[in-house]
Write a protein that binds this ligand. Structure first.
Ligand SMILES: [Zn+2]
Length: 257
């Protein structure tokens, strides 16, 4: 049961039959780890916080740069040069002091990815490179933690929920394969990105994460595992692809040790 001030704050959720009081309690009891507080992570964390997710861990190694401000909406000029994760955690604390927000300033790589899903109900990955995405996915599979993965470039967005720890469901590595482990090949700096696309993809990712967190608690809780939502901002249009589990995948098949 939520206290009266929380009932009031989340009244528009609670009145939705698809969320309701039970759903809002489930969100309040959830812990989401956000990898990347940039173009995707910035709007995603705003709407995760607005949804009353009880605990948010915000991970990013970067500092705020002027060119981030075109799309990374939690940052302001006064934040230039400061660690994104810390500024983002302060934003959450100011926005809703009831949320436990913590910052982790550091880069996620093969050496430390196993720590990312610890204690999390869900990991939302909106980072900027494939190598990190793959090791985060592998860590989520091995710990049995669901992953919402979102990517952004130019006018394209991709969002999917993964549960590779389940025998019938694909992981992120089933989707992209092993070819990108060592490369940083999807950087906004090289390709450019429309700022509003970051907002759309970040919010879409937050919504898909909320589906996972509500699973078993409320009607909106359909995790839609392995369904990739492809948003084309130029058209605009949305396509949905089903990602099959790869029996040879070294991230999630039973052959892994
Ligand atoms: Zn896999």
């Amino acid at each position: 049961m939520l206290p009266p001030d929380r009932l009031n704050r989340f009244a528009r959720h609670i009145v939705l039959p698809e969320v309701g009081g039970a759903g809002q309690v489930a969100l309040a009891n959830s812990h989401v780890v956000l990898v990347g507080c940039g173009g995707i992570g910035s709007p995603a964390l705003q709407y995760l916080a607005a949804a009353g997710i009880g605990r948010l861990t915000l991970v990013d190694s970067d500092v705020v740069e002027e060119s981030n401000l075109q799309r990374q909406t939690v940052f302001a000029p006064a934040d230039l040069g400061r660690a994104k994760a810390e500024v983002a955690a302060k934003w959450v604390q100011r926005f809703d002091p009831a949320i436990e927000a913590s910052a982790v300033v550091g880069r996620v790589g093969a050496d430390n990815a196993a720590e990312v899903p610890v204690g999390a109900d869900l990991v939302l990955d909106g980072c900027d490179n494939f190598a990190t995405r793959l090791v985060v996915s592998d860590a989520c599979v091995s710990m049995g933690v669901p992953l919402t993965s979102a990517a952004l470039g130019r006018f394209q967005g991709q969002i999917a929920n993964f549960a590779g720890h389940l025998s019938s469901e694909a992981c992120y590595r089933c989707f992209v394969g092993d070819a990108f482990d060592a490369e940083d090949c999807d950087t906004c700096a090289a390709d450019g990105v429309l700022g509003a696309m970051a907002g759309l993809v970040g919010c879409f990712a937050a919504m898909q994460a909320i589906r996972v967190l509500l699973s078993g608690h409320a009607g909106f809780g359909d995790p839609q595992w392995g369904r990739l939502q492809l948003f084309d901002g130029l058209a605009p249009s949305l396509r949905t692809l089903r990602i099959a589990k790869d029996p040879e995948c070294r991230g999630c098949t039973s052959s892994r040790t």
